[in-house]
Design a protein. Structure first.
Length: 124
């Protein structure tokens, strides 16, 4: 069910993008350059909308419905741990339990390398 909703969601999003890019702007005609575009009504001279605006509205409604549905489906299993999650995998020890840790000792001052000649004036 979730996969079908996701496919419809992606197709609706692509359809909205395509229809919006194909539509002509309100003042895209030649008369808008001379000031005639400012006197148009809210929906233009063709009425409340043509095929492209109605198709965009329908696809937007489908997009909103699938968005809410996908959010509800993903929130339904929020309390459960999913088996495919990386965070729910058990942590395994990388060092065997029967091997004792070796003590770390600091090197003696005699084993430390001395500073190169000519670096007495350099602040450390």
């Amino acid at each position: 069910m979730e996969t079908v909703l996701l496919i419809v969601h992606v197709l609706a999003a692509a359809g909205i993008v395509g229809l919006v890019l194909l539509q002509q702007g309100k003042g895209a005609d030649m008369g808008a350059a001379f000031g005639a575009g400012a006197s148009s009504t809210v929906f233009g001279s063709q009425g409340s909308g043509n095929f492209m605006t109605r198709g965009t509205a329908i696809l937007a409604a489908v997009f909103f419905f699938t968005s809410i549905s996908l959010a509800a489906l993903s929130g339904r299993g929020a309390g459960e741990t999913r088996s495919d999650s990386v965070m729910s995998a058990p942590v395994e020890a990388s060092v065997a339990d029967d091997v004792p840790a070796a003590p770390v000792e600091a090197p003696a001052a005699a084993d430390m390398p001395s500073a190169p000649e000519g670096s007495e004036g350099v602040a450390q």
